[in-house]
Design a protein around this ligand. Structure first.
Ligand code: ADP
Length: 205
């Protein structure tokens, strides 16, 4: 289980994240909605270690109540794919991943419905396929929690539905945090909902 306690981050006078607390059990999906500037991306950046909190803590707790190690993965809004590598290349490129992960990559590509695109380059993919490649790449590192920053903001309604379906396929086996503007995405995926405004997170909206 993830436990976030009293998390705070300010930029000058702006309290981007103001005393945020929440818990997330394994296999559950938390969706955070809220106005632009509310602090959602900052929370994701703090969780993923891309920013350092001013105060507060981020822990994984095991079933005995002890702190354990845990990892986060982040699917960026702009995908951040490497244009010079194929889909398969994008999945197996990370220095942590050795050649033996080829079979894992094939398995994950099948899961996200991209098997037939494995030798294509990002420029040859649709928006939805790029997004699925980014999801597959994040899954390669087997993060305990996979975070999505506005996964559907650049997609049309049909592709949005596709991404919602993929997120739902991962449901149960993958713990997920989604930041979204889209009420339908939240309703279609979340076990737990939250709204973030002015740096404050309110659960169960
Ligand atoms: P959201 O993702 O909900 O749109 P953000 O987390 O991006 O909100 O931003 C929360 C607040 O923190 C905003 O007022 C934003 O301008 C400010 N902010 C975010 N990142 C930085 C930064 N690197 N430097 C200064 N201010 C920032």
């Amino acid at each position: 289980m993830l436990r976030v306690s009293n998390l705070c981050k300010s930029y000058g006078p702006v309290k981007a994240v103001d005393n945020v607390c929440f818990e997330l059990e394994k296999g559950k999906i938390l969706a955070i909605i809220g106005p632009s500037g509310g602090g959602k991306s900052t929370v994701l950046r703090l969780l993923n270690g891309l920013e350092t909190p001013d105060s507060g803590s981020i822990y994984f707790i095991n079933s005995q109540g002890y702190i354990e190690n845990g990892t986060f993965g982040l699917v960026f809004q702009e995908y951040n794919l490497f244009p010079q590598y194929t889909v398969l290349g994008n999945l197996t490129l990370a220095p942590k991943l050795l050649k033996k992960n080829y079979s894992q990559a094939i398995e994950i590509l099948e899961k996200v419905g991209l098997t037939d695109k494995k030798n294509n380059y990002p420029s040859q993919l649709s928006g939805g396929q790029k997004q699925r490649t980014a999801i597959a790449r994040a899954l390669m590192l087997k993060p305990d929690i996979l975070c999505f920053d506005e996964p559907t903001s650049a997609l049309d309604p049909k592709l949005t539905e596709e991404i919602v379906n993929i997120i739902n396929q991962l449901k149960g086996e993958q713990t997920i945090i989604i930041v979204t503007h889209d009420m339908d995405v939240m309703r279609g995926t979340a076990d737990i909902t939250a709204i973030m405004d002015n740096g404050k997170l309110r659960l169960d909206i």
